[in-house]
Design a protein around this ligand. Structure first.
Ligand code: EPU
Length: 428
């Protein structure tokens, strides 16, 4: 899968007011696919990964793997990666700039080559997002790390077993550390790790590759190996896509069945949907039905690490709160700048005041269609949801953000009856 990726600058046109009905299948998880794709760098044997969503971010991951010397094949959600030819240990700025999760090559490359040179990701629209915790684990293992010309340059000769307690709970930090330590001989201990389902899916893969990993509470004991094997794995469903579609069904006054998800991963999201007044029936372990009652009740939400309420669902629930009967309080505890959708929702008539990390959302009678801009992935999703319930037409611009993490969202919404079209950007 060679070639460069150009961002689409398509727009979405949405005519609000349709109740969503019907059933739709949830795609594979973006945030589980990315670390699993990069885990292939730990072996020289071929790997097969099922249920990989077709997204800008997964395309970028394939592009990076190819750049490093792997050969990749992707069709209809099935990925094959042959990492035997990997000989490059540098991740260029041009790729890391487009996708922060590219830093996940650090751990595998350092384990495989004793060297990794990766562009420093820098800030991004949702916050500063340091990678100090990733680097501290590598440092504890004996890596020398320098920052030159915007690149983190790491090398390691003798690898020491690591005992490290994360100072903050970090998803990709935990993943990078787990991949690195799985690819090194010795027994290491990580405390205060992230327990997101995406992290656990990676753990399953690392075990299939031959690493021994035991997890109890937030502690992982890892016994790695220099000789990891290839694997076959099916990625877990995307709980954030599932949550987004569930909110869509609920706020449009609809009745939707979501298939192919894992109910066990959806606890806090389903709880808040029910608090808001949704009727959520668990049909079986992989299917839910979401219906609306007559009104939306205000919510109190505070984002937290799993199993708490996910920051990746905060923006979508804010859209729901815009139409609630009363005042909702939404506190963002994970990222310091993840309220950029507020200004756009206000342009659609929302009544939102932000004080520090908390947004106070007073429900309004209706939202009005407008031209709005996506600022990041989940913010874009919240605007699409707002468009579905707004009076009149909404035009969502810069939807390459949406395409990074949702697999043909507009097609799924259309299947449920939404009036939504993708159109090429009209140049003014
Ligand atoms: N942090 C540090 N130091 C570090 C690492 C993180 O201070 O070394 C801080 C961050 O600045 C942030 C907090 O810790 O305030 C949590 O960040 P975390 O590292 O957990 O986030 P991430 O690993 O960069 C992943 C997801 C995000 C998701 C967060 C939180 C991937 C590829 N990305 O990011 O997904 O929001 O965990 O759950 O898994 C998205 O899909 O839209 C998205 C942004």
């Amino acid at each position: 899968m060679k070639g460069t990726i150009s961002y689409t600058s398509d727009v979405l046109l949405i005519e609000g007011g349709k109740r969503l009905r019907g059933s739709v299948r949830v795609s594979g998880s973006k945030n589980a696919s990315l670390p699993i794709l990069f885990a292939t760098l730990l072996t020289k044997e071929p790997c097969t990964i099922y249920n990989v969503p077709d997204l800008l971010d997964t395309k970028t991951a394939f592009e990076l793997l190819e750049h490093l010397g792997a050969s990749t094949f992707y069709r209809a959600s099935e990925a094959e990666v042959d990492p035997s030819g990997v000989h490059v240990y540098e991740a260029p700025h041009e790729v890391v700039r487009r996708m922060r999760a590219s830093v996940l090559v650090m751990g595998p490359l350092l384990a495989r080559f004793g060297r990794a040179v990766v562009s420093m990701p820098g800030g991004c629209s949702i916050g500063v997002r340091s990678i100090d915790q990733h680097l501290k684990v590598f440092e504890r293992a004996g890596a020398s790390i320098s920052l030159k010309h915007g690149y983190v340059d790491m090398s390691i000769r003798r690898i020491r077993p690591v005992e490290y307690t994360f100072e903050v709970i970090t998803v990709t930090g935990t993943e990078n550390a787990l991949m690195f330590l799985s690819g090194c001989e010795g027994r290491s201990i990580l405390r205060n790790i992230a327990l997101e389902p995406e992290v656990m899916d990676l753990v399953e893969v690392l075990k299939k590759m031959g690493a021994h990993i035991e997890i109890e509470d937030r502690t992982a004991i890892i016994r790695g190996s220099k000789d990891l094997k290839g694997f076959v794995h099916e990625v877990i469903p995307d709980r954030i896509e599932a949550g987004t579609l569930a909110v869509a069904g609920f706020i449009t006054g609809g009745d939707v069945v979501l298939e192919g998800l894992r109910v066990e991963h959806m606890g806090s999201v389903l709880e808040k949907l029910r608090d808001a007044g949704a009727v959520v029936d668990v049909l079986d372990l992989s299917r839910i039905r979401v219906r609306s009652s007559n009104s939306i009740r205000p919510l109190s939400i505070a984002t937290a690490e799993y199993p708490g309420f996910p920051t990746d669902m905060q923006a979508q629930f804010m859209t729901a709160c815009c139409l609630a009967e009363g005042v909702s309080e939404i506190t963002e505890n994970i990222f310091e700048n993840r309220f950029q959708h507020v200004a756009e929702l206000q342009r659609m008539g929302a009544d939102i005041h932000v004080r520090g990390r908390t947004a106070f959302v007073r429900g309004v009678e209706r939202l009005y269609g407008a031209e709005v801009y996506s600022t990041d992935l989940r913010a874009s999703a919240s605007l699409v949801l707002a468009g579905l319930v707004a009076e009149g037409q909404t035009l969502v611009r810069d939807i390459f953000h949406l395409d990074r993490g949702y697999e043909r969202l507009e097609e799924k919404l259309k299947k449920l009856g939404a009036l939504i079209e993708r159109a090429p950007l009209k140049k003014s």
